[in-house]
Design a protein around this ligand. Structure first.
Ligand code: MLT
Length: 260
């Protein structure tokens, strides 16, 4: 299905029926990240899976902010006729977008799960590196180099080589405009830690035990700091929903049962 938001076409899928859950992928991935998680949830929940702007089948724009991507999610909920508050599940950059959504549209959320993600902002060096990568991607006119680098970092060392190869190919096909815009949006995102500490939303933090991008220690600190439940997914790297979909779904189901 698709809708328009901020002048661009945003693609999404809806599966199952029940209380609504939205699964938001990371950078530079697509809603397909959740393909093997969805079947474990759709028997009891209405699962809404968008492609973020500039990713998957959703159109890119030269510039975007986390807030605009959060508003794209609101447009998706409206297009899906979903007025009930959702449980938002955001993997990595999807978590940054989910946090922006919670700040902007608190009445539309009833729980937040951060999957291999963080609430802090980039430091100056990390932000500068992202801006430099954005410029390189635009100059090269392809996301090939980013795909190569990310394919090496997304999964645990022992991950299925076929999974790594499939995602490498998918990331390489992502629009360079979309990749560069997402990199700049991540560089500019605010710190949401204080917001989460103040929030009374039910919170879950999950992390792959082998995640090298948002390491388990950082996730542990975040969970303790904001009063979230922590679930460590054994053997998974950063892209835990693709690598260990059943375990990620089980952690989400436990959270969803709690949230109601
Ligand atoms: C992601 O997986 O979305 C990115 O690795 C997030 C990041 O680089 O901060």
């Amino acid at each position: 299905m698709q809708t328009r938001s901020g002048g661009v076409e945003i693609h999404f899928e809806v599966h199952g029926a029940g209380p609504p859950v939205m699964l938001v992928h990371g950078y530079p991935l697509s809603g397909a990240l959740w393909d093997d998680v969805v079947p474990h949830l759709a028997s009891e929940y209405r699962v809404i899976v968008p492609d973020l702007r500039g990713h998957g089948r959703s159109e890119p724009t030269e510039r975007v902010t986390m807030e605009e991507m959060a508003d794209d999610l609101l447009a998706v909920l409206d297009a899906a006729d979903e007025e009930r508050p959702v449980v938002l599940v955001g993997m990595s950059m999807g978590g940054y977008v989910a946090l922006a959504f919670c700040r902007r549209h608190p009445e539309r959320v009833r729980g937040l799960a951060l999957v291999d993600s963080r609430a802090s902002a980039d430091g100056p060096e990390a932000a500068e590196k992202r801006r430099a990568t954005a410029a390189q991607v635009l100059e090269a006119g392809t996301a090939e180099d980013v795909a190569e680098e990310m394919a090496g970092k997304l999964f645990a060392d022992g991950a299925d080589p076929g999974l790594r190869a499939r995602w490498r190919e998918s990331m390489a096909a992502t629009s360079p405009t979309g990749v560069a815009a997402a990199l700049r949006a991540m560089a500019d995102r605010p710190d949401s830690t204080a917001f989460l500490r103040r929030s009374d939303l039910p919170l879950l933090v999950t992390v792959g035990s082998e995640d090298g991008i948002t390491p388990p220690d950082e996730a542990r600190k975040l969970a303790a700091n904001v009063g979230a439940t922590l679930e460590v997914i054994d053997g998974a790297g950063h892209a835990a929903p693709a690598e260990r979909p059943r375990e990620v779904a089980e952690a989400l189901r436990r959270f969803l049962e709690e949230v109601g």
